[in-house]
Design a protein around this ligand. Sequence first.
Ligand code: DX5
Ligand code: ZN
Length: 228
Amino acid sequence: MTPSDLLRSRRVAPSILSSDFARLGEQVADVMAAGARVIHVDVMDGHFVPPITIGPLIVSALADRVHGAGGMLDVHLMIERPERQIEEFAKAGADNVTLHFEATPHVHRTVQLIHEHGCSAGVALNPATPAAALAEVAGDLDLALCMTVNPGWGGQPFIAATNDKVRRLRALLGDAVALEVDGGIDTATAGPCAEAGATFFVAGSHIFGADDPAAAYVAVAQAAGAVV
Ligand code: DX5
Ligand code: ZN
């Protein structure tokens, strides 16, 4: 499947943030063997959010494995001024690049830049940013990301009020745009998010914190009504 086919389907995206980085390739291979085709990569810069995580080097290290198995790399940039880094992530093999609405005054230009580099483009909203923030850019997006926790850390509880926001985003975006939820997604929260209109479900600790990540992937994909 091409990344644009994947964006049009309902998918659970394992987030490698909660994986064992000493065994990263093996962990990604494990969830892909169970059916995962969207691998979510959380990039944090120590400014937009306090932690520092990973950069283009890790995207590049995973690119052949993920693409070779028919998957895509979904890069979530939790960094200030993302426009300065788009080229590096595109060169490293990112398929989708999502920036935060709150991280730059140049959201539209950054979306254009992502497209110019041959990637699909997403914009993420923090919990306090209203759905309507995407009104003027909705027509240019391939994906919108509704944070269902505050960005920065895995393992936080799902913020229940974000469910209505997912509904408002779906109404704003129409049917053609992928709508991703990220944070606190598990077998209990995935179903209500799907019902509200989400189509991409990021799950980190639920999958990589489990004894059997492949089985945890299948369980959350079933709960979301996603392709297993
Ligand atoms: C948090 C990241 C998430 C994180 C989700 O800022 O954007 O992708 O990995 O982790 P869980 O699924 O554990 O809430
Ligand atoms: Zn994320």
